[in-house]
Write a protein that binds this ligand. Structure first.
Ligand code: RM4
Ligand code: MN
Ligand code: MN
Length: 433
């Protein structure tokens, strides 16, 4: 691995010199502007530097749809090369020190070796993700008609075992959470007994829950359709919340932004889950129609801001137990995944900072005064503030790039990887991500 191309720190600082002057100018200007509003820009720089979002191991390979996958150049061929790309992302943006692994797609031969390899890149492991929505070679029972909720107990046992194996692996990797998303559901009315499948889910999850260490969290990820097109067992946040409550204090709900019907008010779901003490984490992405897995902030940046508005409100209110974990879950079908992930990570920090700019005293005043126009204006004031200079300065001071994408392109990283990684069999999911 030592001969592998890496973007070196001196190169990053050389590139930063190009735009340092204007960044400083813009930063000083913004500092004065924010001061007039009573906001200390340095406090926001610190917030930006503390913000963390995990990168999905499955996101660094080119994604695809059920129609086709158009492989990119120099794609990572195994989990080590995926981590190499994650290390590059982290080096340039500084907010992505954790990786979320999908098993068995990225199952290592040796957990110790993988953990050390990651640590050398400054990376560690966030939530594990199980996969009982595909069959694996040599698997005894098929998931064609479900996994944790399958009518056959032997199939359910197999799916439970797989989840327990993910938790065990996660323990050796230093992870502290496990995410369960199942594709279980029906394609036809009448295909499944709707109440019975949920009962089976709770029974299966109860057994997985027993294997979750006391200092871990178990995340339940809901999704209203796909691959089942008529009904899905864990279809919405209400069912997810019910299950998390039934399972116990280690169980929480995970909100994937793309897993709701169009036009659903996701920020309200977020606020409700915070209030009920069950918001565990996020899979960030964006969408126009369904579970599109597009880049965060690319379609509905105002929605992203409104979600962060709820998160920051809870942070400032110091809601007990409020500690959601942030992860990206995107499919990069037509872009360089490294670029998309860097841009997405920055979009999240942007929304987070903008949410910190909301004048919350004013907002509660206008709420008390029943003044909807001023309420919206208060939010818009924060949303329309350009915090780009803070993002750039936060990255630069942490050793990252002022402009991650320009620096990445100037380094010819992808071209180097194209030579280093001649196409063999690319370790990415067949089509879906
Ligand atoms: C699902 C869901 C899961 C992800 C899979 C690949 O739609 O979002 O989180 O693991 O896709
Ligand atoms: Mn997801
Ligand atoms: Mn999804």
């Amino acid at each position: 691995m030592a001969t592998h191309f890496e973007i070196d720190e001196d190169f990053v600082s050389e590139q930063n010199k190009k735009s340092k002057a204007w960044v400083e100018e813009d930063f000083d200007h913004l500092a004065r502007k924010l001061k007039r509003q009573g906001v200390d820009i340095e406090a926001l720089v610190a917030k930006a530097q503390d913000f963390r979002v995990a990168v999905p191991s499955w996101g660094v390979g080119t994604g695809g749809t059920r129609f086709a996958r158009f492989p990119g150049l120099g794609e990572p061929r195994n989990i080590f090369e995926k981590l190499e790309d994650c290390g590059t992302i982290f080096k340039l943006v500084r907010s992505t020190s954790a990786i979320s692994l999908h098993i068995p797609w990225d199952k290592p031969d040796s957990a110790t070796e993988l953990r050390e390899f990651a640590a050398n890149l400054g990376l560690h492991f966030d939530a594990m993700n199980s996969n009982t929505f595909q069959d694996q070679p040599g698997q005894e029972h098929s998931y064609r008609f479900g996994s944790l909720t399958h009518p056959d107990p032997a199939t359910r046992d197999q799916a439970i075992e797989h989840n327990i194996e993910c938790i065990e692996l996660g323990r050796s990797l230093g992870s502290k959470a496990h995410t369960v998303w199942i594709g279980d559901g029906g394609n036809f009315p009448g295909q499944q007994h709707i109440r019975q499948t949920l009962e089976r889910y709770l029974e299966s999850m109860g057994r997985i829950y027993q294997a979750v260490p006391d200092d871990w969290r178990l995340f339940i990820e809901h999704k209203f359709y796909e691959p089942a097109f008529y009904s899905t067992v864990i279809n919405d946040w209400g069912v997810s919340y019910y299950c998390a409550r039934e399972l116990g204090p280690k169980a929480f709900c995970l909100v994937d932004l793309g897993h709701h019907a169009p036009n659903v008010n996701i920020e309200m779901i977020v606020a409700r889950l915070i209030q009920f003490g069950k918001l565990g984490g996020f899979h960030f992405n964006d969408s126009k129609y369904g579970d599109d897995d597009l880049d965060s902030g690319s379609i509905k940046p105002f929605q992203l801001f409104l979600i962060f508005n709820e998160l920051v409100d809870a942070e400032l209110d110091r809601i007990p137990g409020f500690n959601p974990t942030y992860m990206l879950d995107q499919s990069h079908n037509v872009t360089d995944p490294v670029e998309s992930l860097m841009m997405s990570a920055s979009e999240l920090v942007r929304a987070y900072l903008q949410a910190h700019l909301v004048d919350r005293n004013l907002l509660s005043q206008v709420q008390e005064d029943c003044d909807p126009l001023m309420a919206l204006a208060t939010l818009k004031q924060a949303f329309t503030t350009d915090v780009a200079p803070i993002l750039a300065v936060a990255r630069e001071r942490a050793g990252g790039a002022i402009d991650p994408i320009a620096t990445y392109r100037a380094s010819s990283y992808r071209q180097h990887k194209t030579k280093e990684r001649p196409v063999t069999k690319v370790a990415t999911a067949s089509g879906i991500v």
